[in-house]
Design a protein around this ligand. Structure first.
Ligand code: SAM
Length: 241
């Protein structure tokens, strides 16, 4: 029977590729890549010679029908993205859902992804966290900030370098300039660094240092909810705490 594999690939350091990822890619009848040109050097590096087709945001829906047909014919298909784990702020979710609808086996291999090392590096609680990926660019951005301001779990966000300073400024507005954050940059790469401090401190750092590379922002959860203890007691009087 056919099977859909989601295969994580390095987010910078090629040594993070797993042995199983290489084997699955080598054995696949067909590899689906977000960008075939981006993945070509990586696949070559690991001696993977399987056929590679494009499966990206813009053709995800159309190409899914054809992929389901191949899977129904018994093909082993591996989906990769430009970096990290497919379906994590990358295409994949739609195809997984379609495959499951058609009773096709799906297996995601464990492997590189940017948010896990960023969360652990932050030093913020890791027992409960919420992954927000990229915030909406315009519509809904403010609403999301307002909701996240009350979130008590550690929040993880992906951000592009050209929007980082603007985002830090918005965080000062919505979360407060003294909220603790941790910004990890260039994870697994030569210039990897994690800058920790208040929103104000981290903002000052990036105003005086080049904002280059890829960024993950972790935000300490809100430890002092908006409503006063008294209000909470009446509002949540049936709750255990
Ligand atoms: N699928 C990927 C994953 O599993 O993490 C995420 C893909 S998303 C399109 C790209 C974003 O991931 C970047 O804008 C950045 O926020 C984050 N990212 C990817 N690689 C990174 C790295 N080496 N260091 C820091 N952040 C990274």
């Amino acid at each position: 029977p056919g099977k859909l594999y989601l295969v994580p690939t390095p987010i910078g350091n090629l040594e993070d590729m797993t042995f199983r990822a290489v084997r699955i890619l080598k054995e696949a009848d067909l590899i689906l890549a977000e960008d075939t040109r981006t993945s070509a050097p990586m696949l070559k590096h690991f001696g993977v010679t399987a056929r590679v087709f494009a499966h990206h945001q813009h053709n995800e829906h159309q190409s899914s029908n054809e992929i389901i047909r191949f899977l129904n014919e018994g093909k082993q298909i591996a989906l990769i993205s430009d970096a990290g784990t497919p379906a994590i702020s990358d295409p994949g979710f739609y195809l997984v859902r379609e495959a499951l609808k058609h009773d096709i086996a799906v297996e995601c291999l464990p492997g590189p992804t940017a948010f896990v090392p960023a969360l652990v590096n932050s030093g913020f609680p890791t027992d409960k966290f919420c992954f927000e990926g990229f915030l909406p660019l315009k519509k809904g951005r403010q609403t999301r900030y307002k909701q996240l301001a009350e979130e008590d779990r550690t929040i993880i966000l992906y951000e592009s370098p050209h929007r980082l300073l603007k985002t830090l400024e918005e965080m000062a507005t919505y979360f407060g300039a003294d909220r603790l954050i941790s910004v990890s940059r260039e994870l697994t790469k030569m210039f990897e660094e994690t800058v920790r401090g208040t929103v104000a401190e981290v903002k000052t750092h990036f105003e005086t240092h080049p904002v280059k590379g890829e960024f993950v922002i972790c935000v300490m959860g809100n430890t002092s909810p908006k409503s006063s203890p008294k209000e909470r007691t009446s509002k949540y009087r049936d709750d255990e705490d």
